[in-house]
Write a protein that binds this ligand. Structure first.
Ligand code: HEM
Length: 549
């Protein structure tokens, strides 16, 4: 709310004992009654003096607060101690605004942004883009060109960012801190807009669906829309929650779509994409990690089906999943992939991990003599190992996209901090060592994004067979490269923010969260060394034998 108009002089003159008005970012706040409950303490806002009257919620009769900051412009002190969102949360304290001044939170974007926003068909300028240099990829930055993205991608990006900021972000922040499951309202919205269906990627499961309230058509949808979805959702600063929003479906459903018999496929697709009966991918085990050949979960062939015994570990969304796309070892040593439904003999228990595993539904699964009908076997006649491996490329591409977008928002945090934080009277950005760290962040994120877009373009153009042949190595290398960079960025960001980056509240909380969780993308879907090795082994296989130096 804007409230009354004040001049700087009238605010400065308003300094009677017990009254505490301050100016922050051209807005005038009356913090008189708030001072005693200020989380940063009363003392920083007002000096305590001994006197006869009671003020500012102090119950000591002889204690008077002289308003030491009263009437002052405390913008600089405020922003070196609080995130800008604090002002939104406490907007009820605002009593007015300075005449002829404009708060910086009503952003004036650099020239060029309004054209992009106009192209995307957005009415309210400034709503969609950051304006901080390098805080958005080049295709969203004025003056740059792109061979990949069309106007419908821009429209889509704007709608997704708005949805993420307004509907998902508040829920994400609550759940990530409290370890709670994403709220059903958000899941329902995600399903209604078919965001969950789009996150699974292009394919048959999208037929007949209206995408994002019709902002794009089915014919337009491609891997770049999926990339936009993944990267916009990475902006939540909530890694566990982000996986909680259908992470299991994204990797557990594709094998069903590709290899299940139509009646089973249609039922599971309907159940999973409506959010009613979630699905997850159950491959990794305590014994075997993601070494599929070493799996110990047994499927014994019996008349009309299979009996499964064994365990699975680190399974995203398993805590609330109804379906489990499960890799098992048959008696003959072959890998079989079975869709197991929650019921008799299936038990899950939560696992505590570095991120909000409660929000991600990460669990340990125990199968105890679970009966699975023959019809629930995926891809009879196909080697089970291939079904699992085929799925890995898509999963790794998603994790990579997430990691790169995550690094970008961390850079944005650091860049803002480096310009607003003053040390010895100068902004942090005046220190060459800080600029070096920022340079590293920018160059890592920009190079990875360009490589990622190239791979995504190949995904649009190639058949799934061609993708399996040509992209497994490319994706493996990029994932390895991007997540190694993510760890350098995470550590450098902590150095820039200092002690603030070690606490889960306050200015540096997103940096702390990123530092704690950036390894998730580095390990999930195959760790760095494994992926690098995979890529080189693939390259060795296609090396022409006659080549000599
Ligand atoms: C409208 C005015 C203000 C509001 C609504 C406000 C609100 C808050 C809140 C919510 C916190 C908890 C941490 C967080 O969520 O970021 C906090 C912490 C703090 N505030 Fe304020 N504050 C205001 C003004 C000020 C001013 C003017 C100063 C000093 C010049 C100040 C000094 C501090 C300090 C030192 C902390 C602790 C920071 C930390 O833990 O790192 N606050 N404030």
């Amino acid at each position: 709310m804007a409230g009354k108009l004040f001049s700087r002089i009238s605010v400065a003159q308003h300094t009677s004992v017990g009254d505490l008005w301050v100016i922050i970012d051209s807005r005038v706040y009356d913090v008189s009654s708030f001072a005693s409950v200020h989380p940063g303490g009363l003392a920083v806002l007002a000096d305590r003096e001994i006197g006869p009257r009671r003020h500012l919620g102090c119950f000591h009769d002889l204690c008077v607060l002289s308003p030491s900051l009263a009437g002052q412009d405390v913008t600089e002190q405020f922003f070196s101690l609080h995130r800008a969102e604090v002002l939104d949360r406490y907007s009820h304290l605002q009593i007015g605004i300075l005449e002829d001044e404009r708060p910086s939170k009503d952003p004036i974007l650099p020239p060029g942004y309004s054209i992009l926003i106009h192209k995307a068909g957005i009415e309210t300028p400034g709503e969609s883009l950051s304006g901080v240099p390098y805080a958005d990829p080049t295709w969203l930055s004025p003056g740059y060109h792109t061979p990949y993205y069309k106007d419908h991608h821009r429209r889509f990006q704007v709608a997704v960012r708005k949805f993420v900021e307004e509907v998902v972000f508040p829920d994400a922040q609550i759940c990530e801190r409290g370890d709670g499951r994403p709220s059903q309202e958000v899941i329902d919205e995600l399903c209604r807009l078919n965001i969950l269906a789009m996150k699974v990627g292009p394919g048959k499961h999208l037929e007949g669906r209206v995408l994002m309230d019709g902002i794009i058509s089915l014919e337009q949808f491609d891997a770049f829309h999926e990339l936009i979805l993944t990267q916009e959702f990475a902006r939540l600063h909530a890694r566990g929650y982000s996986d909680g929003l259908g992470g299991g479906t994204i990797i557990g459903l594709p094998p069903v779509i590709s290899f299940a018999e139509p009646p089973l496929r249609d039922r599971i697709v309907q159940d999973a994409l409506s959010g009613k009966k979630p699905i997850c991918l159950a491959v990794t085990e305590a014994f075997a990690g993601s070494d599929v050949q070493g799996l110990r979960c047994r499927a014994m062939k019996v008349k009309g089906g299979w009996v499964v015994n064994g365990t699975k570990k680190w399974i995203t969304n398993s805590m609330w999943a109804h379906y489990f796309t499960t890799a098992c070892k048959a008696d003959n040593g072959e890998i079989v992939v079975l869709v197991i439904e929650r019921g008799e003999g299936v038990q899950t228990r939560p696992i505590k991990t570095a991120y909000a595993s409660g929000a991600a539904g990460t669990g340990y699964i125990m199968f105890d003599n679970v009966w699975v009908p023959d019809g629930n076997r995926l891809g009879a006649g196909h080697p089970g190992l291939n079904i699992i491996l085929q799925n890995f490329n898509h999963e790794r591409w998603i994790l990579t996209s997430h990691s790169i977008a995550g690094q970008r928002i961390i850079f944005e945090e650091c860049f803002k901090w480096a310009t607003q934080r003053k040390v010895f009277g100068k902004p942090l950005s005046s220190q060459p060592v800080v600029r070096q760290k920022l340079a590293g962040m920018i160059s890592r994120v920009e190079s990875c994004q360009s490589w990622l877009e190239n791979i995504t373009y190949q995904m649009v153009k190639m058949s799934s067979k061609e993708q399996a042949k040509h992209l497994a190595g490319q994706i493996a290398f990029l994932k390895m490269h991007a997540t190694k960079g993510a760890q350098i960025t995470a550590a450098d960001a902590v150095q820039i923010l200092g002690g603030r980056a070690l606490t889960q509240t306050g200015m540096g909380r997103f940096i702390e969260h990123n530092h704690r969780t950036s390894l998730i993308d580095a390990v999930g879907g195959g760790s760095e060394a494994v992926l690098g090795d995979l890529g080189v082994r693939q390259a060795l296989r296609s090396m022409p034998p006659q080549v000599r130096m």
